[in-house]
Design a binder for this molecule. Sequence first.
Ligand SMILES: Cc1cc2nc3c(=O)[nH]c(=O)nc-3n(C[C@H](O)[C@H](O)[C@H](O)COP(=O)(O)OP(=O)(O)OC[C@H]3O[C@@H](n4cnc5c(N)ncnc54)[C@H](O)[C@@H]3O)c2cc1C
Ligand code: FES
Length: 255
Amino acid sequence: MSYIQQKALIVKKEELAQGIFRYTLKNSELVSLSRAGQFVHILCGEKTLRRPISICSIDKENGVFDIVFSAKGEGTHWMSGQNKGDEYDVLGPLGNGFDTDIKGRVLLIGGGIGVPPMLCVASEILAPCDAILGFGSKDAVILEKDFKAVCSNVHITTDDGSFGRKGLVTDLLSEIADRQKYSVIYACGPAPMLKAVAMIAEKNKIKCCVSLEERMGCGVGACLVCACKTKHGNIEQFSHVCKDGPVFNAQEVVW
Ligand SMILES: Cc1cc2nc3c(=O)[nH]c(=O)nc-3n(C[C@H](O)[C@H](O)[C@H](O)COP(=O)(O)OP(=O)(O)OC[C@H]3O[C@@H](n4cnc5c(N)ncnc54)[C@H](O)[C@@H]3O)c2cc1C
Ligand code: FES
């Protein structure tokens, strides 16, 4: 795992939906090392631990990358208080990322704040891809245009039906997975969604990889804060989400 700890300059800040921010950060060295599905660990002022945030897009030519985060607690509120011209202290890129060298058709599934990392996959992958993106309501829908620019088909679902199709991403997945031939499903979102996606993929015999979230300390495999249970054959063990993940083959995860 090759990562650096450096300052990243904030070159753009945008509020995509209430409390959801997109920041464009400049650091050519970090960008040159990054791949889809990896994350950066951001120092949030002096008091708190770093906070892990996924890379949402990578622009190698200009040495910039985007992150999108929800300001929900102390750390992310501190982050959202920073403006263009300020710098974040960033450790990264961390984690293993998604394999983007795929043959066949790929289905990307994102739920809520799990949507942004899938945009990076959609942009980096060479194979044709479709996306199912799920949100609570119309007000929370983000990145629709960005996905439409890089995916063949983009389906939006909302829990309350105020935009796109009413229901969960998994309702739509059950229909589509049955009809379409996908080589692989990649998903990021809340754990219950990922578990349901994994079950549907298994039923339809489609390979599935999921990006897991755990609270983190060090971000580099040294503190055990991010342990999650995985299985290899019949043997169960603990893996580190930060170092062994965050992307896991769904069949390895003990749900
Ligand atoms: C690999 C990885 C990638 C992530 N990518 C993104 C991203 O792209 N955008 C984004 O908005 N968030 C992302 N997260 C979640 C983000 O790290 C947490 O929301 C953030 O650390 C919360 O910090 P805080 O200080 O604002 O909130 P806190 O005050 O620490 O907590 C606020 C609330 O968030 C919950 N929470 C804290 N950490 C996590 C976590 N790791 N997973 C789930 N819930 C948590 C707490 O239980 C609490 O309910 C990612 C997490 C991981 C592990
Ligand atoms: S966060 Fe320290 S081991 Fe993963």
